[in-house]
Design a protein around this ligand. Structure first.
Ligand code: UD1
Length: 438
């Protein structure tokens, strides 16, 4: 087991740069396999989710050439659509299901294992399947595998009951070569939906309206190669912005798109932080006089659910009672019990989290329940005085490139330790004569 060992209680100060958006890169890879030419995608983050999806593409015959850790070349030329993208792939990385839309779009055929539930709650595919069906695709579920097949793909009017990011991207991919025009209404407007549409357009697709409530796709014959650069990661930037407030620090974050961070700026300012945008840079100055807030997660441009756990850590340090309502994923409070070991005072009530502010977290051994909650626990550890251990950091490594290295650049005392059990780790720490409180 890999864990972070944090000697906290110091403000984060300095400048870091944000990597490319993981969630965007995943959709861009699916888009790239829709051409038989070799596309180059730059600014990809070097995180494990990225490698899992690239492995899935290789497994079905696609060409993947890693030029360096942030650049990949992809072609869909030799893909065999009969190959099954099995449960092991989808389990490791849910976004493997983007290959479903891409393969349907390109070959009118796909075989992808149905992803199960996951640690943040149930994630149905009904909207994806509804969209495929309206395009003329027949889907069959056999032994956990979705078999999708169409004689012909025909443009259709599709209304999404929820503005699902995955369904928007998957249906958009499936409709690229469909005959006529597809109109998808109530779509997701997240920055990475727009990024993926932009790349597909640069490859020759005809897509209008990405970033609004309706996306219109007019079928084309083929896509050509592209050289494309992934947008900066909104969630990684947001995590560091919140980190500045949680540690009462002063961080400048380079390579951001301020528009994508507006809602995060507003909520951090309500809590008491000073947030300054300047071209592609944001500076966040923390305060130890934080005010309680209300926060509701919502699809973009609302407050992202992927920053809800990190924001709860900041609210936990505010004077008075804050209330967070999670409207996207029902199991996204898995960090609350862990945080109570750090003296966090939070209570889940239905879809809400009621948070009573405390002056500072206490150090403890905690376990990362999922990607974003893991990052949130690291922020709490950076606030706490003394040694905190955050176990199971393989979740955090799915989405944050060199998280510890970037935090060290900001003055944090954090390092990776390895051991099979908590006991191993404790022994390792004692060997280093660190004092820990369990
Ligand atoms: C994407 C992001 C994830 C983020 C989430 C919400 C990627 C790879 N992942 O996940 O990091 O947390 O958006 O911003 O981009 N739903 C249905 N039926 C469906 C599909 C979704 O009811 O067919 C519901 C889900 O249960 C959830 C909501 O819609 O309540 C949003 O899910 P969705 O936007 O699809 O999330 P993902 O695309 O899985």
């Amino acid at each position: 087991m890999r864990s972070y060992l944090i000697d906290g209680g110091k403000p984060l100060k300095g400048t870091i740069e944000i990597n490319g958006a993981k969630n965007s890169a995943l959709g861009l890879f699916a888009g790239a396999i829709m051409s038989d030419e070799l596309s180059t995608i730059e600014n990809i983050p070097n995180v494990s989710d990225i490698n899992y999806l690239l492995d899935s593409i290789t497994m079905i015959g696609g060409t993947v050439k890693r030029k360096d850790k942030h650049t990949v070349q992809i072609s869909g030329k030799n893909i065999n659509p009969e190959e099954i993208i099995d449960y092991d792939c989808v389990k490791k990385m849910r976004a493997s299901y983007y290959l479903l839309g891409a393969l349907i779009g390109k070959y009118k055929k796909a075989r992808v294992a149905l992803p199960g539930g996951c640690e943040i709650g149930s994630r149905p595919l009904d909207q994806h399947l509804k969209g495929f069906s309206l395009l003329g695709v027949k889907t069959n579920l056999k032994n956990g595998i979705i078999y999708a097949e169409a004689k012909e793909l025909k443009g259709a009017n599709i209304y999404l009951d929820v503005p699902s990011v995955g369904a928007t991207i998957n249906i958009m991919l499936a409709a690229i070569f469909a005959k006529g025009t597809t109109c998808i209404t109530n779509v997701a407007k997240e920055p990475h939906v727009v990024d993926i549409a932009n790349m597909l357009c640069a490859m020759g697709a005809k897509i209008k309206g990405a970033g609004t409530d309706t996306i219109e796709i007019t079928g084309v014959q083929r896509l050509h190669k592209v050289n494309y650069t992934v947008i900066p990661d909104q969630i990684e930037a947001g995590t560091f912005m919140i980190g500045a407030l949680v540690t009462n620090g002063d961080i400048t974050i380079k390579n951001v798109i301020p528009k994508h961070l507006e809602i995060i700026k507003y909520k951090l300012e309500e809590l008491g932080a000073t947030v300054i945008f300047d071209n592609d840079t944001v500076r966040v100055i923390g305060t130890n006089k934080k005010q309680s807030i209300r926060l509701v997660t919502a699809p973009y441009p609302g407050f992202p659910t992927d920053l809800q756990p990190q924001m709860a850590i900041a609210c936990g340090l505010a004077k008075g009672t804050s209330i967070i309502r999670e409207t996207i994923f029902e199991k996204r409070y898995a960090y609350v019990d862990e945080l109570s070991r750090m003296s966090g005072k939070m209570k889940v009530s239905s879809d809400s989290l009621i948070i009573e502010g405390i002056p500072q977290y206490q150090n403890a051994i905690v376990s990362s329940p999922d990607l974003r909650a893991g990052a949130a626990l690291v922020l709490a550890g950076l606030n706490a005085e003394g040694f905190t251990i955050v176990e199971n950091i393989q979740y955090i490594e799915r989405g944050y490139e060199v998280f510890d290295e970037k935090l060290r650049k900001l003055g944090a005392n954090i390092k990776i330790i390895e051991g099979q059990t908590s006991e191993d780790i404790r022994r390792q720490i004692q060997k280093e004569r660190f004092k820990i409180i369990k």
